[in-house]
Design a protein around this ligand. Structure first.
Ligand code: SF4
Length: 327
C-alpha cells in the first residue's frame, strides 16, 4: 500500500495535527480539562486502588487547590494559545480520570460549559469501556451531530490476563462491547494502548494493535508503560522485579504497530511522560521529542509508513477523505 496523498503531510503517519488541518483548514489545539471526575476503578465501584500504573493524583491543577470550572479552564487555555498565535480553533479535552463517570445531566452541563467558549469546535472525552452506558452514549452522540467529537476509550491490551494483572477492572469483551455500542458516524472513537505492560511479548502487543486495526476505531493513542512512584508498577520496578522497556525496543514496536494500522486511523499520540516529582522511568521517555525523532528515523530507515502492511479485515465506517465537517 503506497503512502496516502490525503494525509497532506511530510510524515510517515497520519498525525492528529495534520488530520485537523485537513479537516478544518486552520491549526486546532486540544485544551486539557480536569473537571473533577473520579474513577470507578479507584473508588471501589469496580475496584480499589486503580490500574497498577495509575498514580491517582489527577491534574496539576487539582493538586494546586480548588478546581476552576470547566468553562474557565477552557477560557484560560484558549487565551494562552490565541496570544501565542498557536491555534485558532479548540477541542475541549476532558482528560483527567473517567470523564463519563457522572449522571447524564451533570455531564451535559460540563460539556455545554466547555462548548460555550468561543472558538471551541468540539470535545474529546476520555473514559473507560465499562463507563459508557447507552444513555451517556446518546448524550455524546447528540454533541457529535453538531460538533467534532472524539470518545477516547482505554483498552491498553487486548489480553485479559494482562488486563487482570494490571487491575484494569474490565476485560477485552467489555471494550469490544463499548466500541460496538458507540460506533457510528459522526462520533469518532480513539483507543488507548500501552506498550510494555508486564508479561507482554512483542507478539501480544502486536495482537492488541491488530485488534484495534480491525475494529471500527478512527484514532489511537500509544505510549510506553511508565513507572511512577506510589504505584504498584513503580514499586515493582524499584524492587527490581520488573524491567521497563528500552527505547530501541519501544521505537521498533511502535513502528511495527504503525505499519499494520489502517492509513485512515489518526495517530493521536506516540509518547507520554509523567509528573517529574514521581517519574521513575523509563528515563528516555522523559524526552518526548527524542522519542518521536527516533520513531521517524526508524520509519525512514525502513522506508515505511502507517498502513504499509495493513491487512484490514473490515473497512473503517468513516472516510477521512470526505469534505471537512463544519463546526
Ligand atoms: S482507569 Fe484511568 S483513572 Fe482509572 S485507575 Fe485506571 S488509569 Fe487511573
Amino acid at each position: 500500500m503506497p503512502k496516502p496523498d490525503f494525509w497532506n503531510n511530510s510524515k510517515r503517519y497520519y498525525d492528529l495535527k495534520s488530520y485537523w488541518k485537513n479537516l478544518f483548514g486552520v491549526p486546532v489545539h486540544k485544551l486539557i480539562i480536569d473537571a473533577g471526575f473520579t474513577c470507578p476503578n479507584r473508588d471501589g465501584t469496580v475496584a480499589r486502588g486503580g490500574c497498577t500504573y495509575c498514580d491517582g493524583r489527577g491534574s496539576a491543577l487539582r493538586q494546586a487547590g480548588p478546581l476552576p470550572g470547566a468553562g474557565e479552564q477552557v477560557r484560560q487555555g484558549r487565551e494562552f494559545y490565541i496570544r501565542r498565535a498557536q491555534a485558532k480553533k479548540f477541542i475541549a479535552y476532558f482528560q483527567t480520570f473517567t470523564n463519563t463517570y457522572a449522571p447524564v445531566e451533570t455531564l451535559r452541563s460540563l460539556y455545554d460549559e466547555a462548548l460555550a467558549v468561543e472558538d471551541v469546535i468540539g470535545l474529546s472525552i476520555g473514559t473507560r469501556p465499562d463507563c459508557v452506558p447507552d444513555e451517556t452514549l446518546a448524550l455524546i452522540r447528540s454533541y457529535a451531530a453538531k460538533y467534532h467529537v472524539w470518545l477516547e476509550i482505554g483498552l491498553q491490551s487486548i489480553h485479559d490476563r494482562t488486563l487482570q494483572e494490571t487491575n484494569r477492572g474490565h476485560n477485552a469483551a467489555i471494550f469490544r462491547d463499548a466500541v460496538a455500542r458507540a460506533t457510528g458516524a459522526p462520533l469518532l472513537l480513539c483507543a488507548h494502548v500501552i506498550v510494555g505492560l508486564p508479561g507482554e511479548t512483542r507478539t501480544m502487543i502486536m495482537e492488541t494493535a491488530q485488534a484495534v486495526a480491525e475494529m471500527p476505531i478512527q484514532g489511537i493513542k500509544i505510549h510506553a508503560l511508565l513507572a511512577l512512584a506510589g504505584t504498584p508498577i513503580g514499586s515493582r520496578c524499584r524492587r527490581g522485579e520488573f524491567e521497563l522497556m528500552g527505547k530501541t525496543e519501544y521505537v521498533e514496536t511502535v513502528c511495527d504497530i504503525l505499519e499494520i494500522l489502517p492509513p485512515e486511523m489518526v495517530i493521536q499520540r506516540l509518547t507520554a511522560d509523567g509528573y517529574r516529582d514521581i517519574f521513575l522511568g523509563p528515563e528516555w521517555a522523559a524526552n518526548k521529542l527524542a522519542v518521536i525523532n527516533a520513531i521517524n528515523a526508524e520509519m525512514a530507515r525502513r522506508d515505511s509508513w502507517q498502513g504499509k502492511h495493513c491487512a484490514r479485515t473490515q473497512p473503517s465506517p468513516l472516510s477521512f477523505r470526505e469534505p471537512p465537517l463544519t463546526a
